[in-house]
Design a binder for this molecule. Structure first.
Ligand SMILES: Nc1ncnc2c1ncn2[C@@H]1O[C@H](COP(=O)(O)OP(=O)(O)OP(=O)(O)O)[C@@H](O)[C@H]1O
Length: 582
């Protein structure tokens, strides 16, 4: 990973690309749209050039009127003003649209790359940085860039073209008038430099603070059970308020900076226009310049200001987009292959003195856990909601990495455990997700090389009889009408296809309902592997090698069903009795 130059300590370690890195990436994406980009540039240049004719024609109309010219000449020129105005508007519209299309295409590619990289990120890095940091990059930052790409950038490019061509026109009309117009330049430059110096760090701070606020909200919602149990509403609300207030305060500072910037721009415009009119007065009196020419120059200058204002105020949005781009490209800087792979000796699980907290400043949710599951054995985790079962399951699956103690699969840390070219351990949760595509697409995520026969065999093993009734079979496009239990069956079929040595099922049968419709599928998936099952019912506990009973992040009992259920007053016996009594 490249060093993180921008991410603050508050949001951990996800890198942010610097300007050069972001530009290099953007340029590579734009090169793929070279033809359309060239067409857009040519059309925009033509549109800007055509728009220059309007002030010249209006100046000529002024001279015609002052010289008592023919009405028909005035009318012809007025017609030309309307015609060139319409042509210029049409060209600028078409050029702007072309530009938006190629920028949107480039952005779509970037978004796909970033999304693909985000889902491959090391979970520990994501947790350290704060989940909401990743989420805000693929949502808020993408939104800031999309907005710039769709409206700000085309406006910026158009404005830049109009400014350059208008300056050329002004010099051609009368160099003294062009010189007078330059009075505005130092005011504009100083105002802009001051604004850039002030706003750049402000925008970055704002994005960080918004991410931190999002993270606090996510944590409070995720841990709502504990918040309610500990009666910690007030503290959590206070933390959210504090983070929100900090972000609002920074937002206020950015608005203030922007207002000062706009005031500076207006002052520059006033000084420049006054100078052009004063010099124009002198040039008409002493150098024989026509009133029409000075009118054209004043209009040129005035016209210059709309694009200058638009260009300079676009800088504001472009900076926000640039900050977002740096954060997006930063996700691409994380090397997904940096994860260490180590071959496991066998499929046994060994957990030693494991303690875990989600954030360095949070409380421990697991405390000194030590459990062994021999290769091929099954352990069932039971306990009240919030006791830490899912956290332990994720640590065993290597999705989370211990902060203290160890979780070993076949002698190597779970997150680094591989069997040949596959991960040694796989986690299935109750979060059912159907991926867009066909039945085969949903299954081949686990093994892209699986044959149709392999897919049918996996489906039959998890008792997914419904798949045979689908029109189109494996090529049937799956839709929202597939219920959660069926989607869960697909997840279990994927385990068979991925064929890991160790499987962790976190409430993976929850959608099977109380009658245990998925129990047969789970038995099939567990057969021949080491398994850890987080159970919401006791179906698998009765046949498991060992049951691990958890309370408030600790293991309070461990043993077989027969042994634990007979322990009078024991935690498992109580849970079991409570479930039967339901
Ligand atoms: N991503 C997270 N960030 C912060 N805290 C979390 C996160 N996930 C869980 N927690 C907290 O960790 C503690 C243990 O939660 P965990 O989900 O592991 O328990 P559980 O026994 O699986 O509960 P349930 O049966 O309700 O799923 C709880 O206090 C929970 O609020």
């Amino acid at each position: 990973m490249t060093p993180n130059s921008e991410a603050g300590s508050e949001t951990g370690d996800l890198p942010v690309a610097d300007g050069r890195e972001s530009w290099r990436h953007l340029a590579a994406l734009l090169r793929r749209q070279a033809a359309m980009l060239t067409a857009a540039t040519v059309v925009l240049l033509l549109g800007s050039a055509t728009s220059l004719l309007t002030p010249i024609l209006l100046g000529q109309i002024v001279d015609e009127v002052l010289d008592d010219g023919q009405l028909v000449d005035v009318a012809v020129r007025a017609g030309l003003v309307a015609g060139t105005g319409a042509l210029s508007a049409a060209l600028l519209l078409v050029g702007g649209r072309l530009l938006v299309v190629c920028l949107q295409r480039a952005l779509a590619e970037l978004r796909e790359e970033v999304f693909a990289a985000a889902v491959r990120l090391d979970q520990r890095l994501v947790e350290d940085a704060g989940t909401s940091d990743v989420v805000s990059r693929v949502t808020g930052d993408v939104e800031a860039i999309t907005q710039s790409v769709s409206s700000v950038l085309p406006r910026f490019v158009q404005a830049a073209f109009v400014i350059v061509l208008t300056l050329v026109g002004l010099v051609a009309l009368d160099p003294w008038l062009a010189l007078a117009a330059l009075v505005a330049v130092p005011v504009e430059v100083l105002t802009t430099m001051r604004f850039l110096r002030r706003s750049r760090p402000l925008y970055r701070r704002l994005r960080r603070e918004e991410a931190a606020r999002g993270q606090t909200i996510i944590e409070s919602v995720r841990g709502s059970d504990t918040v309610v149990a500990d009666r910690a509403h007030t503290q959590h609300l206070a933390r959210i308020s504090l983070r929100s207030l900090t972000a609002v305060e920074t937002q206020r500072e950015t608005t203030q900076a922007r207002n000062r910037f706009n005031g500076g721009l207006n002052l520059g415009e006033f000084l420049g226009l006054a100078a052009v009119l004063a010099v124009g007065f002198w040039r008409v009196a002493d150098a024989g310049l026509t009133v029409g020419a000075v009118t054209a120059a004043a209009l040129f200058f005035h016209r210059l200001f709309a694009p200058i204002g638009s260009l300079l105020s676009s800088i504001d949005d472009l900076q926000r987009a640039a900050a977002g781009l740096g954060r997006l490209v930063g996700v691409l800087l994380v090397d997904p292959d940096s994860a260490i792979r180590r071959e496991v000796a066998d499929a046994g699980i060994s957990i030693r003195s494991l303690t875990y907290r989600y954030r360095p400043d949070a409380d421990d949710v697991l405390d000194e856990i030590s459990v062994d599951v021999p290769a091929g054995g099954t352990a069932v985790l039971v306990g009240a909601s919030g006791s830490g079962k899912s956290t332990l399951a994720q640590l065993i699956a290597g999705v989370l990495v211990p902060r203290s103690g160890e979780v070993l699969i076949g002698g190597v840390p779970a997150a680094e455990a591989w069997c040949g070219d596959r991960r040694a351990v796989l986690l299935v949760t109750q979060d059912t997700h159907l991926f867009a595509g066909t039945l085969a697409d949903n299954l081949r995520l686990a093994d892209p090389d699986a044959s149709d026969t392999d897919l049918w065999s996996a489906l039959d093993t998890v008792e997914a009889d419904w798949a045979h009734r689908l029109e189109g079979g494996l090529d049937a496009v799956l839709g929202n009408d597939l219920d959660d239990a069926r989607i869960q069956q697909l997840a279990l079929a994927r385990v068979l296809l991925a064929d890991p040595a160790v499987v962790v099922l976190d409430e993976a049968t929850a959608h099977g309902g109380v009658d245990g419709a998925l129990d047969g599928a789970v038995d099939a998936v567990v057969r021949g592997r080491t398994a850890v099952i987080v159970a919401h019912r006791f179906a698998h506990a009765e046949t498991a090698d060992r049951i691990v009973v958890m309370e408030r992040g600790r293991v309070v009992e461990c043993g077989s069903h027969g042994h634990l259920v007979r322990r009078e007053g024991g935690a498992y016996a109580r849970l079991h009795a409570a479930t039967l009594g339901r």
